[in-house]
Design a protein around this ligand. Structure first.
Ligand SMILES: Cc1cc2nc3c(=O)[nH]c(=O)nc-3n(C[C@H](O)[C@H](O)[C@H](O)COP(=O)(O)O)c2cc1C
Length: 250
């Protein structure tokens, strides 16, 4: 079953090189509106989107991420989890109770889920306009510095960026795990051997993809990639930072 929406979604590929053509204020407005219309836990709308138009801040963010396309794109969004808004228009006695409750893991999840859903709506809206996008998690290479650059108050943390612009490259679509590895009915898959078989299948498909793709081709598999990444500690300062902002403290 296919329609234009499904086609847009199934054609997704991250774009890391953009033409100089700027995107319009109207496009940005529509993309943000689409983000805002995503479902949101308890109607909380627990996120903020910060558009970066100041070239100095953009440059700083690009240095933190180590990725040139964070500077060179049509527009850059930073998606933040935000529980701070709930402390506004609240009298002191109530504020104390709310602050205490906002510190739990549940509210940390609520805000990160809300922000992520909004972001994916933004991505699809942008792609439906012929634009390309790339999520930017590498901003968390120095999350405290991003916090400073964007003047974030307590209970607001940056989660990831998203570059947007007209594509200046045509990467091949990256394969995904076999459906059976991610979708099951009524229970989590109980047979690890079967899951390992799907991973083997996927390693072959991905190996061929890496060998044949036009840019940056190499010999690699998904399992090797995961082992390389997950065997090293990563961004260990994030825990302390997140807690220092009031999130996930209890
Ligand atoms: C939350 C998140 C953070 C990401 N961070 C980065 C990043 O910092 N730099 C980058 O080049 N790609 C980043 N990506 C893109 C992934 O590498 C990409 O989605 C994945 O390899 C699949 O490729 P595809 O999007 O082209 O299908 C990120 C994706 C997500 C969802």
């Amino acid at each position: 079953m296919n329609n234009q929406t499904i086609e847009t979604i199934l054609n997704h590929k991250s774009i890391r090189k953009y033409t100089n053509e700027p995107i319009t204020k109207e496009q940005i407005h529509t993309i943000v509106q689409a983000a805002q219309q995503a479902s949101t836990s308890s109607y909380y709308q627990a996120y903020n989107i910060i558009g970066i138009t100041d070239p100095t801040i953009k440059k700083e963010l690009s240095l933190i991420s180590g990725q040139s396309y964070v500077e060179n794109n049509g527009h850059l969004f930073i998606f933040c989890a935000n529980l701070n808004r709930f402390l506004l228009k609240t009298d002191e006695s109530f504020k104390e109770k709310i602050t205490e409750n906002l510190m739990n893991t549940e509210h940390f999840l609520v805000a990160t889920i809300d922000a992520s859903l909004a972001a994916q709506n933004a991505a699809i809206a942008a792609e439906s306009m012929g634009l390309g996008i790339c999520y930017i998690g590498s901003l968390r290479n120095n999350i405290a510095k991003v916090d400073q650059l964007l003047n974030l108050p307590p209970f607001v943390i940056p989660l990831f960026g998203m570059t947007i612009g007209y594509p200046d490259q045509e990467p091949e679509r990256k394969p995904r795990l076999p459906i059976e590895a991610v979708y099951s009915e009524n229970s989590y898959p109980q047979n690890n051997e079967e899951t390992e078989k799907y991973i083997d299948e996927f390693n072959e498909i991905l190996g061929a993809y890496y060998e044949n793709r036009t840019e940056n081709n190499r010999s690699d598999t998904w399992t090797d990639q995961l082992h390389r990444k997950l065997s090293k500690p990563v961004r260990e300062d994030v825990t302390t930072y997140v807690k220092s902002k009031g999130f996930n403290k209890k």
